[in-house]
Design a binder for this molecule. Structure first.
Ligand code: ZN
Length: 230
């Protein structure tokens, strides 16, 4: 049986009543609560929030590209370093379905403290305390020996915030893809295989955070190993 249902009557800011009529079926409520309709004022607020989010993300990209401007990746073509944080952020948003702005901004900025002259205070002043804290979680202590740093990433991964875990997953996906397809020119096969094995240990501590990213990591790892075996 189909019936008419009149609902969501409200007074717009112009003072005119808006009535919306829609079909509804008995039992439709069992599908769950209806999404509340947005009024014009709410839509305007949401749009200006979207604009602010876009501007903040672009500000982070502009900041990171300036900070990394003189750096190159270790691949044969020495591609611009900024390609990496942008690839990580794209993986989070696209494969991972992440929309949380703090996570996306921290992903763009994740190597700035570790690899450039950027300070944590500078990040806080530009992007706020929450973003600073996530980037700090992503930052290795470069005063330590490389082997110690690598072990620390394995040990610390389970204790990271869920935002940092998601960025770490995307970071390792991007790095496994790079080592598989465009490896550093001076890395022999054993070193590439070791690198893949190490990322697997770090990723083990980040699981339970973002299923699509974890699944994609498994796929790129498998592809990398198959390529190195062939
Ligand atoms: Zn990275």
């Amino acid at each position: 049986m189909v019936k008419w249902c009149l609902h969501d009557s409200r007074v717009s800011h112009a003072g005119a009543a808006e009535f919306r009529v829609r079909w509804s079926w008995p039992g439709e409520a069992a599908l769950g609560p209806r999404r509340p309709r947005r009024g014009r004022r709410e839509q305007e607020v949401a749009m200006s929030e979207d604009r602010a989010d876009t501007a903040n993300l672009l500000k982070a990209i502009e900041f990171a590209s300036r900070k990394h401007s003189t750096q190159r990746r270790k691949d044969e073509d020495a591609s611009p370093y900024i390609n990496h944080p942008i690839a990580v952020t794209h993986l989070l948003a696209d494969t991972g379905g992440v929309t949380d702005l703090v996570t996306l901004m921290a992903a763009v900025l994740h190597d700035t403290i570790e690899d450039t002259q950027t300070t944590a205070e500078e990040l806080e002043a530009q992007f706020g305390r929450t973003v600073r804290k996530v980037v700090e979680e992503m930052t290795d202590d470069k005063s330590l020996d490389k082997a110690v740093r690598k072990q620390r990433q394995v040990d610390h991964a389970p204790h990271l915030s869920s935002r940092a875990k998601a960025i770490k997953l995307a970071d390792k996906i991007a790095n496994v893809q790079d080592v598989t397809d465009t490896p550093p020119a001076n890395w022999d096969l054993a070193r590439r295989i070791d690198y893949l094995d190490w990322t697997e240990k770090v990723v083990a501590g980040c699981r339970g955070t973002n299923a699509p990213l974890e699944k994609f990591y498994d796929e790129v790892l498998k592809r990398g190993r198959a390529k190195f075996r062939s």
